[in-house]
Design a binder for this molecule. Structure first.
Ligand code: C8R
Length: 263
């Protein structure tokens, strides 16, 4: 009698490659060319997909390298206008809500490259068909996971390109502090900002509506960030609960005491 085949255990701890990755990337690519936040010259969406695919297909998903992603970065790169770059850490929903409502600002996800791959996951598999749709390594599982290599590289490029006045939105409700030196912002972007091109860095420290005010502009974690940046010759300012962003938080929590008009 044949034993019922039991499903193979998952290789990796993270979710697998996003189904229909090719169609999603191509669709987002064409959409951005029509209605994206930055007007681009000609970009070849098929070539862009092919270069993403070539970066990971049939490969060990823990051994991704910057070399794998270099062609994609080059095909998708474009200039970012001065004064518009908006960095963030632990404020994903709020920062994108804000950048969608105020087109003066551009996050990495509002640039062509970030827009195409935001929220997707992908990884290779040395055995056929070369793409693992079941599981992918988490960032913590190995140094060279596709996602971490890609986002660190894209973030580095985005930081290098920033000029004029740049902004960063951090989360003041995180108990361990708003600035984390192991985050992509803290470990990649901070060290790739160019003091010769940037006149000022403005930090917005946003507390969650109804959340704790765990950190503030005078707290230790912001002090640490300030030290790193001042050491690198940047001019820094920090504002707690920057009003235009707070008003946007309040659109979603109009009745909350934190949102009463007199505060
Ligand atoms: N950046 C990094 N990670 C990004 C990203 C991005 O633009 N976009 C997405 N979707 N991700 P976090 P951080 C994914 O702790 O580490 C750039 C990645 O899977 O909230 O400081 C961006 O320019 C990543 O693990 O923030 C921004 O300024 C989480 O979302 C910083 O780096 C982000 O984790 C944010 O990175």
């Amino acid at each position: 009698r044949k034993e019922e085949a039991s499903p193979e255990p998952l290789k990796w701890q993270g979710g697998g490659t996003t189904r229909n990755l090719r169609e999603i990337v191509l669709g987002r690519c064409y959409s951005y060319l029509v209605e994206g936040r930055v007007k681009l010259g000609d970009k070849d969406c098929l070539k862009i997909w092919e270069s993403l695919k070539a970066a990971f297909i049939h490969k060990n998903p823990c051994n991704a390298t910057t070399k794998d992603y270099q062609p994609l970065m080059e095909l998708a790169s474009h200039p970012v206008p001065c004064n518009k770059s908006l960095f963030w850490s632990r404020t994903y929903d709020l920062v994108h809500l804000y950048s969608r409502s105020n087109h003066h600002f551009l996050t990495l996800e509002d640039t062509f490259l970030g827009y195409m791959l935001d929220g997707l996951s992908w990884c290779g598999d040395p055995s056929a068909p070369g793409i693992n749709y079941e599981s992918c390594p988490k960032w913590s599982e190995c140094e060279g996971s596709s996602g971490s290599v890609f986002w660190k590289m894209a973030s580095k490029m985005f930081a290098e390109a920033a000029c004029g006045v740049v902004h960063v939105m951090l989360n003041g409700s995180i108990e361990t502090g708003a600035f984390r030196s192991s985050s992509v912002f803290g470990s990649v972007e901070v060290f790739n900002l160019n003091p010769d091109k940037i006149s000022e860095i403005r930090i917005w420290l946003m507390r969650d509506i109804g959340g704790p005010q765990s950190d503030s502009c005078s707290g230790n974690s912001i002090k640490k960030l300030r030290n790193i940046l001042e050491e690198r010759n940047f001019k820094i300012t920090c504002e707690d609960n920057y009003r235009p962003v707070q008003l946007l938080q309040c659109v979603h929590n109009p009745g909350h005491p934190d949102c009463s008009l007199c505060t």
